[in-house]
Design a protein. Sequence first.
Length: 320
Amino acid sequence: MTSVMQLLDLTTPWCVHVAITLRIADRVQAGTSNVTELAREAECDPTFLRRVLRHLVAKGVFDEPAPGEFALNDTAEQLLDEGLKLSSDLDGLGGRFAHSWGTLLEAVRTGKPAYAERFGRPFWEDLDANPKLRHAFDALMGTVGHGTPDPRLTDWETVRTVVDVGGGTGGLLAEILKAAPHLHGTLVDLPQTVAESEALFEAAGVADRVTAVAQSFFDELPAGSDCYVLASILNDWPDEEVVAILRRCAAAMNDDGRVLIRGGVSPDEHAADQLTLEAVLLGGRNRSLDEFRQFALDAGLEVAKTRESPYVVELRKPTT
Ligand SMILES: C[S@@+](CC[C@H](N)C(=O)[O-])C[C@H]1O[C@@H](n2cnc3c(N)ncnc32)[C@H](O)[C@@H]1O
């Protein structure tokens, strides 16, 4: 039987967050093992830190080979991961993520995210106002957090131009253009994020085949392309906004164009209904394929096909 007391215990998650925020694993890896030294380097209280680390040792994170001396083990080595640091650092984006869960009750009561009440403004505006957070988010969405994106979203041979709508700093678009040298691409995202794409496209060797546009995807999108990609976008938004974004794609695309949705959609209704961080950050959620059939209709489109690995839903304009 699952112990509810264990499920309720917040000690471990907070200790892991603190260890990551204070970069304890990195310091141990660099040669510091004594807790007093670790605390001096991390500018924190040695007694409190020792108790945090001993709790983590009891949970299997770090070893304590001699009293007050800490060493990495396989689990502690995971704390060296750069993506994990970005998403868990309480002094940065990880603090926004962790504290957002504290707004869950309000979100459940009202049906809306309470991020703005907690942090003073909605999530995307918060990132705009805090370039450090914005930079961390963009890095987390990029290769640091998710590795090299898989460009196999469709048969690119049948496409000439592609728009990555909310494409972040351009990592996925760069991979698509590398995989399909005949393609031209357009990146659409918010200004601070788009500003970081130039160096990425140069480094990927695709800068001469790409245009970067700083704009909202709730405004008119660059028109006349035959493919509009929405990768991990629609699960950030409530239903009304999902349909609004799809309508923008439908209005902009060629008559025989396609919209490719990757991320946030699942053929399994139960799997799609799991609670995710987007709910408390943004009021977003994952959806089932059937829900997308209705969104597509509302936007003047229809589900044309799906593909596996990665799972992609393709929408097109109705043929009749
Ligand atoms: C979850 S990230 C996904 C990024 C990228 N597509 C990927 O798969 O990594 C959502 C993206 O939507 C962008 N975004 C949010 N609101 C936007 C808006 N109104 N117009 C354009 N982009 C927006 C964010 O800047 C961010 O890059």
